[in-house]
Design a protein around this ligand. Structure first.
Ligand code: FES
Ligand SMILES: [Fe+2]
Length: 383
């Protein structure tokens, strides 16, 4: 094992009392990136988009996940499927990357082998006297499941179910009634010049709000009111107060759970999902590595039709604090190229980052992880 990877293993395996930030090289070294692609993004449930982005038959999303070209397609039968996006003839990528709508079939741009929306080979032009067994030339399928209207895919052969992966997380999200959110915003997509782990760490911790987001998030969700709820290497929930949440007293008097009316909950499900849940919406962040120092960051939100969310002002507010996050993440990435620099202590408010590091250590190195931890606030959110 090379030195960087061994230092990465040791740092990621630490518990809160000894935890420090990861070795800088782990944020840009190609060997580390390849290991993460192989053992995490090719082998775990990865959040990729919102279900409503693929609402209609024929809607597709083609992307590269850990170097694998895949296409998520809503079939004519209404089912979402994920399949290889490489032609079974000579491997040409079939659909262009991004979102689109099928013109009935998938036609390879090279020799026009043609597949239906389920990946079954339907046509082979000019085969001559060569028999091509269509049934054995279908596009390979992968696993796909949804949670809270969000789509996860898994490239592993026989993964455990998403429900098993998520365990009892739903016991804590239920009081916000996220299943009632049926409206999907137009998501934003951007590429940040930063390693995916920096983007995840930044997205999950509330420690930086008072400094990086002084004029934006801090005015509504101050750092000092944030707290850890419960979590482990698998997923973590933190929460905080929402200042000036209108109607909270009224709702409380009507018998709803008070915490749901004046708190947000932050959900971290590594490797790619961070979401902020409150009583009106679920704002999601999807983090997909594009290379050791480049990450595709997509954000959007789901809300209930009645909440009137996605006003222009909430959209520009979100864009304002994402711009702040992009600047700080790209700045930290530049710091990671230092050869003499060394990461320091993670403070109590960064326990969620320690959970994330333990996730990395468990997936990459099979390291033992700490037992799930619950704070004294946990009961407030349990239904
Ligand atoms: S590579 Fe697709 S038809 Fe030839
Ligand atoms: Fe931030």
């Amino acid at each position: 094992m090379n030195n960087v990877i061994e230092a990465y293993r040791q740092a990621a395996s630490a518990s809160l009392d000894t935890a420090e930030s990861l070795p800088f090289e782990s944020y840009h070294q190609p060997d580390v990136y390849q290991l993460e692609a192989d053992r995490i993004f090719s082998n775990d449930w990865v959040f990729v988009c919102a279900e409503q982005e693929l609402a209609n038959p024929g809607d597709y999303y083609a992307l590269s996940l850990a170097g694998e070209a895949i296409a998520i397609i809503r079939g004519e039968d209404g089912q979402l499927r994920v399949m290889s996006n490489n032609c079974r003839h000579r491997g040409t990528p079939l659909l262009d990357e991004g979102f689109g709508k099928l013109q009935k079939n998938i036609v390879c741009p090279y020799h026009a082998w043609t597949y239906n929306d389920q990946g079954e080979l339907k046509g082979v032009p000019f085969p001559g006297n060569t028999p091509v067994d269509k049934a054995s030339h279908c596009l390979p399928r992968f696993h796909i499941e949804s949670w809270l209207g969000l789509v996860f895919v898994n490239l592993a052969d026989n993964p455990r179910s998403l429900a098993e992966r998520l365990g009892h997380i739903g016991d804590y999200t239920a009081i916000f009634e996220p299943e009632t959110f049926d409206r999907c915003s137009q998501p934003d997509t951007d590429n940040w010049q930063a390693n995916w782990k920096l983007v995840m760490e930044n997205g999950m911790e509330s420690y930086h709000l008072f400094k990086v987001h002084k004029q934006t998030l801090e005015t509504i969700t101050p750092t000092k009111t944030s707290f850890y709820v419960t979590g482990s290497a698998e997923w973590t929930l933190t929460a905080g107060e929402i200042k000036g949440y209108s109607g909270s007293l009224m709702k409380w008097l009507m018998g709803s759970y008070p915490e749901a009316w004046n708190h947000y909950m932050l959900i971290s499900v590594p490797p790619s999902m961070i979401a902020i849940l409150d009583k009106e919406s679920l704002s999601w962040l999807c983090v997909l590595p594009q290379g050791p120092d480049e990450t595709r960051v997509r954000s959007g939100y789901l809300s209930s039709k009645s909440s009137g969310k996605e006003s222009k002002s909430s959209k520009s507010f979100t864009q304002a604090f994402f711009a702040e996050d992009k600047v700080i993440c790209e700045r930290v990435q530049r710091g990671m190229s230092s050869r003499k620099g060394k990461g320091g202590k993670l403070v109590e408010m960064e326990r969620i980052i320690v959970d994330f590091h333990q996730f990395l250590a468990s997936r990459l190195f099979g390291s033992d992880t700490d037992n799930p931890f619950s704070s004294e606030h946990t009961h407030l959110f349990k239904k």
